[in-house]
Design a protein around this ligand. Structure first.
Ligand code: GDP
Ligand code: MG
Length: 293
């Protein structure tokens, strides 16, 4: 049996969370079109006859991390490289961008086997850009393997899994066979609500909000959830609520539908929007809101 940890790293928005969800066959990590959707280290555990692969989804590594939240995201992404056995470095085009150099520097320090995963091949047009990039990446001598995939369409994922297993050490499973993550249910509840907010809001508002579960009470047929949506300013609160409460109502409905599927019970969901000035640039506020390693 093989077993070990595999970190998913790369710039924001290259498809790390999409890949995790597709490999696990279940939505563990929320996904959106905007960068910096993932804010936490999330484990996705996959056990089968070949062994146990523990994928570690991370926030993207990015430059210009001036605010406390951005520093936290980079710290989380970088510390996720400690104690893993294999690194999957995702890129989403046949070429490097400046932020890739930050990733490259961290990977060289880690001195671990690295698989370069070229994602979104469903969008890369023609082979005339892909082949030269494969040759260039190969020539760096940094990569144990280079695997083009589409996380969204599920292209070449079986090959990727085989390559990952080949690089993992022999060992017994670390987690029970039926466990798929290390996070409690209420963590996923907050994330699903945050995803619905991210999908509906624009500009700076998604990055200025966070969701905190204040009450989580379950019976065999019903789960009662009270959640607070924290924003940084009164104006953002008005946007989250929307005209006549329209935005909050839609977010609540979409969240409840997905939560009922996930929890396989009726869900009673109450959402409140509150202001905590400057929470995302304040180390202590971040810790209180669940952004602590
Ligand atoms: P992360 O920030 O690296 O975790 O990226 P996400 O998984 O949140 O994905 C960012 C965006 O890229 C989302 O809109 C995904 O639907 C999209 N995406 C991810 N994988 C693919 C893919 O293979 N092909 C295409 N066309 N889009 C993808
Ligand atoms: Mg992500």
């Amino acid at each position: 049996m093989k077993s070990g940890y595999v970190a998913l790293v790369g710039r924001p928005n290259v498809g790390k969370s999409t890949l995790l969800n597709h490999l696990l066959g279940q939505k563990l990590s929320i996904v959106s079109r905007r960068p910096q959707t993932t804010r936490h280290r999330i484990l996705g555990i996959k056990t089968d006859g070949r062994g146990q692969v523990i994928y570690v989804d991370t926030p993207g590594i990015h430059g210009g991390a001036r605010r406390a939240m951005n520093r936290y995201l980079n710290r989380t992404a970088i510390s996720s490289l400690l104690g893993v056995d294999v690194i999957l470095w995702l890129v989403d085009r046949a070429g490097w961008l400046p932020d890739d150099e930050l990733v490259m520097a961290r990977i060289k320090e880690a001195k671990l086997p690295v698989i370069l995963v070229i994602n979104k091949v469903d969008r890369i047009e023609g082979k005339d850009t892909l082949l030269p990039f494969l040759a260039e990446a190969n020539a760096t001598g940094l990569f144990s393997e280079i695997v083009p995939i589409s996380a969204l369409k599920g292209i070449n994922l079986a090959v990727l899994e085989e390559r990952v297993l080949a690089l993992l050490p022999e060992g017994e499973p670390i987690y029970p066979e039926d466990q798929i993550s290390d996070r409690p249910e209420r963590f996923f509840v907050a994330e699903i609500i945050r995803e619905k907010l991210f999908n509906r809001l624009t500009q700076e508002v998604p990055h200025a909000l966070t969701v905190q579960i204040e009450q989580y009470r379950e019976s065999p047929t019903l789960v009662r959830i009270h959640a607070v949506i924290w924003v940084e300013r009164e104006g953002q609160k008005a946007i989250v609520i929307g005209k006549g409460g329209e935005v909050l109502k839609r977010v609540g409905e979409a969240s409840r539908r997905e939560l009922e599927r996930m929890l396989e019970r009726r869900v009673y969901l109450e959402l409140w929007t509150k202001v905590k000035h400057g929470w995302s640039d304040n180390e202590r506020a971040l810790q209180g809101l669940g952004y602590a390693e």
